[in-house]
Design a protein around this ligand. Structure first.
Ligand SMILES: Nc1ncnc2c1ncn2[C@@H]1O[C@H](COP(=O)(O)OP(=O)(O)OP(=O)(O)O)[C@@H](O)[C@H]1O
Ligand SMILES: [Mg+2]
Length: 244
């Protein structure tokens, strides 16, 4: 049994199957990179995992526990049992009126994850981990894009997600800042975190991920090791995508 199992996930918007029959598995501590053409469902997929959208079909299981079953939700109005996923957005989405430290502490404080002093210590540790120890009291608009994205990563980690998802975490950044953010993701990988990264950074996907999924027309058209996906693409769609 895989650590994360996604079975038959589907999502419709206005009668269109934006996602359908998405099957994926991932082992603990692995990075899955999700690649694919624009507008074919990558963000929607991450939003479904994070329950920012409710999937219309499918089952999500983590460590053998069913987190979500669309049939149960429909039949009994049963909500997802808990939040197992965290999400780092493309455009950071930090709260501009709060410092880095306040941004990182907000969600665990609201969720009553611990005493204030304890949460503060944890937040400062995370901020140091992403290399922002000297920026804890800074406001987002005084930080570079790469620093803002690293603060957003610390904020997502503060909720202690089982699986951390990233939606094109570097697409708003220039190459130097991109490297800073990818280095943080590599560090998290060394710590054994399980991650799903939607990315256009093919170099990163090839070198840092354990599995790569190619999402095309709302479903997983190919899934394999970086070697299989990049050296031996089977479908015409993936061959075309990699050429472009
Ligand atoms: N809330 C919504 N209502 C209606 N349609 C939506 C909604 N969200 C997404 N879609 C549609 O779903 C499809 C997939 O969008 P999505 O944002 O998941 O693509 P993507 O693969 O992340 O694209 P990109 O690489 O450009 O970020 C698009 O056709 C989009 O217009
Ligand atoms: Mg997207």
């Amino acid at each position: 049994m895989a650590y994360l199992e996604i079975i038959g996930l589907g999502k419709r918007f206005g009668g269109v199957d934006v996602l359908h029959d998405v099957d994926l598995t991932l082992e603990k501590g692995q990075i899955l990179s999700l690649i694919g053409p624009s507008g074919e469902g990558k963000t929607t997929f991450l939003r479904c995992l994070n329950f920012l959208e409710t999937p219309d079909r499918g089952i999500l299981r983590l460590n053998g526990e069913t987190l979500f079953d669309a049939a149960q939700v429909k039949a009994k109005g049963k909500k997802p049992s808990r939040r197992a996923f965290g999400l780092v957005f493309q455009a950071f989405h930090l709260f501009p009126q709060y410092t880095v430290l306040e941004n990182v502490m907000l969600a665990p404080t609201l969720a009553k994850k611990g005493r204030r002093e304890e949460l503060r210590e944890k937040a400062l540790d995370l901020i140091a981990k992403v290399g922002l120890a000297d920026k804890a009291d800074s406001y987002p608009n005084t930080l570079s894009g790469g620093q803002q994205q690293r603060a957003a990563i610390a904020r997502a980690l503060a909720m202690e997600p089982d699986v951390l998802c990233f939606d094109e975490p570097t697409s708003a950044l220039d190459p130097l800042l991109t490297r800073e953010v990818l280095n943080v993701i590599r560090l998290l990988k060394r710590e054994g975190r399980t991650m799903i990264v939607v990315t256009h950074e093919m170099g990163f996907a090839r070198e840092a991920s354990d599995r790569v999924a190619f999402l095309s027309r709302g479903t997983v058209a190919e899934l394999g090791t970086p070697g299989e996906i990049f050296e031996a693409p089977r479908t015409e769609a993936l061959q075309r995508f990699l050429r472009e």
